[in-house]
Design a protein around this ligand. Structure first.
Ligand SMILES: *Cc1c(COP(=O)(O)O)cnc(C)c1O
Length: 379
């Protein structure tokens, strides 16, 4: 059968072989008569802690709420500054802003798109209360140097690992190095649930205990509140369904890595159009789990032209992200101008995500590659 379309991601194919197990998990919850937190969540948390090699793992309502909860545990609020990248999903900075604190944006590295390490230190002021590196597209930020820098300035490190479950830096898993790790189970993440969900990890008993209390409105015991928390709980159903998928996380990552390597190899062999830059080779320090495979074009006209062509060919694609956070309208009061973070601004104008998912076939990938070459030949 010849290929006529390739989706950006196809969850139905991921779930098909698990259908019986997923239904059994649903029925277990249906008959347990317990729908929020409870033993399903406790079991899933233990399985996540074991998988990641982390002391504490707390199921939470979303990746965004994991970030918010981490900042609440650290009592970050008005007058405080938190350093984070500009080239990331909105939630990273949104969590800071929601607590009345100020996001301080750092530019990204032009190859990995992760936070530019050399620019972090200059942004630290007496008001700085935390650092939030993001492990973008499935590759960790340089965790060792970041950890060292954070410790030197006595600043807590919150890893936004929403796109990077299973990724590692020098053998250290994403989400286990900082004071907190924040994961998302949004359906399109490498471990995606069937609705919203997230995980907060920590190696610190005191921080984890406070996070546990804040997760349910700051009450301990029930109905006695020493803190004001929120409803950041995970549903039993999500935990039960995610537990079916968790054991496959490494296999999904390996398949994504293989697809990424195949894109790069075949595009290079075929004489990749000169307008396209492929993801930088991954150094041996990193285990990259390729939540996304990101192409870069030379300018926004080329990017938009390629996007239109892929849409015509019914090939899934997406821009992550079209507006860097320092230029978002809601942050206008922070006073950033175009040109302040040029690497992030250029990335927002020139990058394009291609289809990548564990079950993508070679035939589908060949169809995408063929389309990229065709587009290149027309330029
Ligand atoms: C998806 C994502 C989040 C938010 O996760 P949700 O579960 O959708 O709330 C946070 N940060 C990054 C980098 C993400 O990609």
């Amino acid at each position: 059968m010849s290929i006529t379309a390739v989706p950006l991601i196809d969850l139905a194919r991921t779930h098909a072989p698990l259908e019986a197990e997923l239904k059994a998990a649903f029925e277990r919850v249906l008959h347990a008569n317990s729908y929020i937190m409870g033993p399903e969540v406790t079991r899933f948390e233990a399985a996540c802690a074991e998988y990641l090699g982390v002391k504490h793992a707390l199921g939470v309502s979303s990746g965004s709420d994991a970030l918010l909860l981490a900042l609440m545990v650290l009592e970050i609020g008005p007058g405080d500054e938190v350093i984070c990248p500009s080239y990331t999903f909105f939630a990273t900075a949104g969590a800071i802003w929601r607590l009345g604190a100020k996001p301080v944006f750092v530019d990204c590295d032009p190859l990995s798109y992760n936070l530019e390490l050399s620019q972090v230190e200059a942004k630290i002021t007496p008001q700085t209360k935390a650092l939030i590196p993001v492990h973008l597209f499935g590759q960790t930020a340089p965790l060792g140097p970041l950890r060292e820098l954070a410790q030197r300035h006595k600043l807590p490190l919150i890893e936004d690992a929403a796109q990077a479950i299973g990724a590692a830096w020098q053998g250290h898993n994403a989400g286990t190095v900082g004071e907190f790790g924040c994961f998302s189970f949004f359906p399109s993440k490498n471990l995606g649930g069937f609705g919203d969900g997230g995980l907060l990890t920590s190696q610190d008993d005191t921080l984890a205990e406070k996070a546990r209390i804040l997760r349910t409105h700051g009450s301990k015991p029930k109905y006695y509140h020493h803190y004001v928390g929120g409803n950041f709980r995970l549903d039993a159903l999500q935990a039960a369904l995610l537990q079916v998928k968790l054991p496959h996380t490494d296999s999904y990552a390996q398949k994504r890595q293989a697809k990424a390597a195949r894109y790069t190899q075949l595009l290079n062999e075929a004489g990749r159009p000169e307008q396209m830059t492929l993801p930088a080779p991954v150094s041996a320090d990193f285990k990259h789990v390729f939540n996304q495979y990101i192409l870069r074009l030379q300018n926004s006209e080329q990017r938009d032209s390629l996007m239109a062509y892929l849409n015509e060919q019914k090939i899934g694609n997406a821009i992550y992200y079209p507006v860097p956070l320092h230029l978002q309208a809601c942050f206008a009061d922070l006073g950033y101008r175009e040109g302040d973070l040029p690497v992030s601004e250029l990335a927002a104008k020139t990058t394009l995500a291609l289809p990548i998912f564990p079950e993508m076939t070679n035939e589908e990938q060949d169809y995408v590659i063929e389309a990229l070459l065709c587009w290149g030949a027309r330029q």
